[in-house]
Ligand binder design. Structure first.
Ligand code: HEM
Length: 406
């Protein structure tokens, strides 16, 4: 059986492309830059089943047999390869051992204690945005917020944030051949910096997350230095671009749906369902990491070989009419809403509560202080990056109040 080869959905208006993916599913093939043709699950039921079945679908790269991925990994310097050793690339007991070291810091209650601080940080950034000349919501709010929050949780000093901003920008561009040298260099510098902070906390522990990891390294979990680096790298990488593009994509989506924006501004009690619906509709994280078959098996009627890879196309699953009524419609009061924006199964996003708290704070403040915010440029001028896997705007110029003539 040959799977249909489908085009990637457009970034600016993904609805029609996502509808095509679901209709051609449950499994399709798409070309991924650098990697080549890849199999994707595109329906809600197929994505959920694959993500939950850890026995058949492994996240460990060693199970893969895609020669291009193996070749790309061999080319990587050690510091980049360390990142492929994070919990996201481990199964079973090994995954649970690593996840247990940081789980407590990201539970609902732990995140709730951070909410006033998140709100204060977001409020300062919204003031900067409103007073800025360029009005770039991406630069003043969506990019710095997740970085500031995770730096505070880890206990990293404020004055070191500009360096992190540079390193993170290099990591975000690292997916392209031109960006690779900068990525290597930035990762080396970031790792050196993080190991120095780790050594400091070893000597004098505090109540921050780095001290928790020091304790895990020296206590029962026995984390190695490489595992600590992979963990910290994962927290920065998994939590940064994802939240940035959820926040920016949500601000734009509300602009494109004025009636829903007015509904939320008039009724802040919708905030909880609004955050879930924006996660579903914006589709910032388009797909999961690959899952490799641990044995030959028939997957949704398609015979597949051990080592073959499948990725769950979460943005498509979130527009599946089999799982959501009027899937392309934005309904900020939608209930139930079993979206898969954070994935599913054992690798369900660790930072889900944190990401929701950050988006919730930005929406509350934005709609209270600038309910009539508007685009500062014609919509056709908005530039999306071509990055695969993440639906990302380059900039988002907004004005707190509508401009005359726009
Ligand atoms: C809009 C925001 C976010 C979205 C949409 C998102 C989405 C996801 C998804 C889909 C996965 C599963 C990947 C897979 O199964 O291959 C994941 C895993 C993960 N996310 Fe997030 N994420 C977000 C924010 C965050 C934040 C703020 C953090 C932490 C600071 C974080 C940390 C992680 C970690 C550590 C994992 C791996 C969990 C594991 O392997 O057990 N994420 N995320």
């Amino acid at each position: 059986m040959t799977l249909p080869l489908v085009d990637m959905p457009a970034k600016d208006d993904p609805g029609p492309g996502l509808a095509r993916l679901v209709a051609a599913g449950p499994l399709v093939r798409m070309r991924v830059p650098l990697v080549g043709p890849m199999t994707f699950a595109t329906t809600h039921a197929a994505c959920e089943a694959i993500l939950k079945d850890e026995a058949l679908f492994s996240t460990e790269v060693a199970h893969g047999r895609n020669r291009r991925i193996a070749w790309l990994l061999r080319l990587m310097p050690r510091n980049v390869r360390t990142m492929t050793e994070s919990m996201l690339q481990k199964d079973g007991a090994e995954h649970r051992r690593l996840r247990a070291t940081v789980d407590g810091a990201f539970r609902r209650q732990a995140v709730a204690a951070w909410e006033p601080r998140i709100e204060a940080i977001a409020a300062g950034m919204l003031e900067d945005w409103a007073a800025s000349e360029d009005g770039d919501f991406m630069r003043h709010v969506a990019r710095p917020l997740p970085l500031a929050v995770i730096c505070e949780i880890l206990g990293l000093p404020r004055e070191d944030r500009p360096a992190f901003t540079r390193w993170m920008a290099a990591l975000a561009e690292g997916g392209s051949p031109r960006g690779l040298p900068r990525l290597y260099l930035s990762l080396t510098r970031m790792n050196r910096y993080l190991m120095a902070r780790f050594a400091e906390r070893r000597a004098a522990p505090g109540d921050d997350l780095i001290s928790v990891l020091v304790h895990a390294a020296e206590g029962g979990a026995g984390l190695s230095d490489d595992e600590v680096l992979a963990m910290l790298g994962l927290l920065f990488i998994a939590g940064h671009e994802t939240t940035t593009h959820l926040v920016a994509g949500s601000a734009l989506t509300l602009l494109r749906h004025p009636a829903e924006r007015a509904r939320l501004a008039a009724d802040p009690s919708l905030s909880g369902t609004a955050v879930e619906e924006l996660l579903r509709h914006v589709g910032a994280v388009e797909m999961t990491k690959p899952r490799y078959l641990t044995r030959d098996a028939e997957v949704f009627g398609v015979p597949m070989k051990r080592g073959q890879a499948i990725m769950a196309h979460l943005a498509a699953a979130n527009r599946d009419p089999g799982a959501f009524e009027n899937p392309h419609c934005l309904d900020l009061a939608r209930r139930p809403n079993r979206h898969l924006a954070f994935g599913g199964g054992p690798h369900f996003c660790l930072g889900a509560w944190l990401a929701k708290a950050e988006l919730g704070a930005v929406l509350r403040l934005l709609l209270a202080r600038a309910p009539g915010y508007a685009l500062a440029v014609p919509e056709a001028d908005l530039a999306w990056t071509g990055q695969s896997g993440i639906r990302s705007l380059r900039t988002l110029p907004l004005t707190p109040t509508p401009r005359r003539g726009m």
